[in-house]
Design a binder for this molecule. Structure first.
Ligand SMILES: Nc1ncnc2c1ncn2[C@@H]1O[C@H](COP(=O)(O)OP(=O)(O)OP(=O)(O)O)[C@@H](O)[C@H]1O
Ligand SMILES: [Mg+2]
Length: 220
């Protein structure tokens, strides 16, 4: 039987990548996705907000630097709206097909950014997250933790224009980082803290080790 068939799971897995801006989420999510594909399993890579036409349009509204007047409540609800669409339209069908869904951010970002960063009432943020999640929870979350000054240095090196969220400032990023670490302490079974101030390949291998320890059927 070919590896692609042998390793196919009956039900999928939802794996999310979290961390402050420039912590290396997108890079590691992509490397992880490639490794899942190489292991012979069906996989889908997404970013939140995004993935569907509706969610990408909401993303553009959220990240637009001209929208400085956006209320933090509007921001919260737009993230939830984009996420609900992505979950119903893309993630749930992929999980039903047995895919490993690799998601660059999900609702932990909302707790960290809108709850801890914007300092909205955490009970309300959690309630909003319940609506946006449409009954789903990640099977595993990789939190790439990075000290804010190192992230700020990476930000400086990158020549591309920064979006509305990335322009929020270092104090905001400190609160977001603290929020993420609190979440990880509260849910150690789901959220794994990965030290982000390491060479890319080392982080990649660490993540694969953590993942295959839990699901050995993906081991090469
Ligand atoms: N381990 C690492 N060491 C050094 N540089 C890294 C490392 N990981 C990522 N980078 C670099 O840091 C920058 C940010 O990486 P990446 O875009 O993956 O972060 P991100 O967490 O997705 O950021 P954002 O939240 O803004 O989307 C990129 O230029 C990337 O090449
Ligand atoms: Mg990214």
């Amino acid at each position: 039987m070919p590896a692609a068939v042998k390793k196919q799971r009956a039900s999928g897995l939802l794996i999310t990548f979290e961390g402050i801006d420039f912590s290396g989420k997108s890079l590691q999510a992509e490397l992880f996705y490639q490794r899942v594909v190489e292991s012979g399993n069906r996989a889908l890579a997404l970013r939140d907000p995004g993935a569907t036409s509706i969610s990408e349009k909401i993303r553009a509204i959220l990240l637009d630097n001209r929208h400085g007047e956006m209320s933090p409540w509007t921001e919260l609800l737009l993230y939830e709206a984009a996420r609900a669409q992505m979950i119903e339209q893309s993630i749930k069908p992929a999980l039903q097909r047995g895919s490993v869904v690799v998601c660059d951010r999900l609702y932990d970002s909302t707790t960290a950014y809108q709850g801890y960063g914007r300092q909205l009432d955490l009970t309300l943020v959690t309630a909003a997250n319940h609506i946006g999640a449409c009954g789903l929870a990640p099977d595993m979350t990789l939190l790439i933790d990075l000290p804010v000054p190192i992230a700020a240095e990476r930000k400086k090196q990158l020549k591309r224009k920064k979006d509305r969220m990335e322009n929020a400032g270092d104090d905001f990023q400190q609160r977001v980082r603290g929020g993420y670490l609190k979440l990880a302490a509260d849910e150690p079974g789901r959220i794994h803290v990965i030290q982000g101030d390491q060479p890319v390949e080392l982080i990649r291998d660490h993540i694969w080790h953590v993942f295959t320890k839990r699901w050995p059927e993906f081991r090469d």
